[in-house]
Ligand binder design. Structure first.
Ligand SMILES: Cc1cc2nc3c(=O)[nH]c(=O)nc-3n(C[C@H](O)[C@H](O)[C@H](O)COP(=O)(O)OP(=O)(O)OC[C@H]3O[C@@H](n4cnc5c(N)ncnc54)[C@H](O)[C@@H]3O)c2cc1C
Length: 401
């Protein structure tokens, strides 16, 4: 088969060249170097989807055992990333500090600490006095306590994406930018190909890695995917004067507010209180919520009253009703694989998801995790995973259905 027919009839087509699509391509080609893999990306450049907007946090401090397992499965990949790919990603284990301002959150943190530690992940419970001693810039009377996980880390999402892109290209994958998959093509109950504005590409194996657009793509073959897009607004500000360098990611569970300090310690990314937005792809900045946002910021860190608001951007986060991803072959549709609805954890879990999807495609099973927990059918069958508090930063998220 020559190159051009391979491109028109690749072994596998991956739709979406974000962190999930590229991680799947990488793991497929690691395991089976002779595969011909084609990625279709509707944007004209790398990083045009959610991955390019991500904050880069990698967390083990998660309430859900399944999500913790995905973090643990991804750990080695991040730890060895720079030497494997010979590319800097500014990986730093600076920790994440979760803060509880109410009894419910505090009880939840205490329970989660036991479970996280039982999984072999270090996590410390800090009572109010320890919290204020170690983090004196926090609001002095607001918090009952908090938790700190020293493994929680940061890496630059675009740097990871770019290194993966270069690696899959070196391994022979074809990546078409500016080429949108407009319609999937079936032959009975089997996937056959995909239509694009620039012609049809045929393959018996297609992966949906379309991020927030996953449901639209699946709908072209009548599959209903409960993956919804939510706008997230991020405020880039100067570092509060009393917050020292190498400060952990700080999350106030009662409001969802977070502070992520950038590597230079000159600027911070703030956000997290906009959990009540409606689903949609609108990426315009909503200035009307800024006043309430900065009020929430001062409730967590009073010195934010003096910071300079430099700019604001938004990104779209894809979410499922139980905040767990959908991974596996689409029910009733042979050859169509789903890797969707990463629900705010797509960057940190991309290594595990890539490996799992590659296993499922190449071996029909995976030894990494009980895949039934992420089964696309779980919503139809009514066995959703429990909604969770810690994992999406806020109580409000835990009750939305
Ligand atoms: C503000 C913000 C902060 C975040 N912070 C974190 C964090 O700290 N840690 C973390 O783990 N996660 C974080 N996330 C979530 C994380 O960014 C996502 O879960 C992750 O990027 C999803 O990766 P993806 O590859 O599935 O999606 P994307 O990166 O969106 O990639 C999907 C790609 O598919 C393309 N596409 C869609 N439809 C088609 C089509 N029909 N044809 C061809 N191409 C198509 C899109 O253009 C896109 O490039 C954050 C998200 C946002 C918005």
């Amino acid at each position: 088969m020559d190159m051009s027919s391979k491109q028109l009839n690749p072994d596998i087509i991956i739709i979406g060249a974000g962190i999930i699509g590229l991680s799947i391509a990488y793991h497929l080609l690691e395991a089976a170097p002779k595969l011909s893999v084609t990625l279709l990306e509707k944007e004209k450049m790398l990083g045009g989807g959610s991955t390019g907007k991500g904050t880069g946090s990698i967390r083990y401090q998660l309430s859900s055992p399944q999500l913790r397992r995905l973090s643990l499965l991804s750990r080695d990949f991040f730890l060895k990333f720079e030497s494997t790919f010979d590319a800097p990603i500014w990986y730093l284990e600076k920790g994440c500090l979760m803060l509880a301002a109410d009894e419910g959150s505090w009880n939840h943190l205490q329970l989660t600490t036991e479970q996280v530690v039982a999984d072999g992940i270090p996590m410390e419970l800090l009572k109010q006095e320890e919290l204020l001693k170690n983090f004196p810039y926090l609001h002095s009377s607001r918090f009952l306590g908090g938790t700190l996980c020293p493994w929680d880390a940061y890496a630059d999402p675009y740097a990871v994406l770019a290194a993966l892109y270069a690696a899959v290209r070196r391994k022979g994958a074809t990546v078409h930018f500016g080429r949108e998959a407009t319609k999937l093509i079936l032959n009975g109950d089997t996937i056959k190909g995909v239509e694009t504005g620039q012609g049809t590409i045929w393959s018996p194996l297609i992966v949906n890695a379309a991020g927030p657009y996953a449901a639209q793509l699946a709908a072209t073959v009548g599959i209903t995917l409960p993956v919804q897009p939510f706008r997230r607004q991020v405020y880039v500000c100067t570092n509060p004067k009393d917050v020292p360098p190498a400060t952990p990611l700080i999350v106030d569970l009662s409001t969802g507010f977070y502070l992520h300090q950038e590597a230079s310690a000159r600027t911070v990314l703030l956000g997290g209180t906009d959990k009540d937005t409606w689903p949609g792809f609108e990426e315009v900045v909503d200035k009307s919520v800024a006043e309430d946002f900065f009020l929430a910021a001062t409730e967590t860190i009073p010195s934010t009253i003096d910071i300079k608001w430099l700019r604001t951007y938004t990104g779209i986060c894809e979410q499922t009703p139980d905040f767990h991803p959908i991974i596996g072959e689409a029910p009733g549709l042979k050859g169509f694989f789903l890797a969707n609805g990463l629900s705010g954890h797509g960057f940190m879990h991309a290594p595990a998801v890539g490996r799992i999807v590659a296993d499922l495609i190449l071996n029909g099973k995976t030894e990494q995790i009980d895949i039934n927990l992420f089964h696309p059918d779980r919503f139809a069958k009514g066995y959703l995973t429990e909604p969770i508090l810690l994992d999406n930063y806020s109580v409000k998220d835990a009750v939305r259905t």
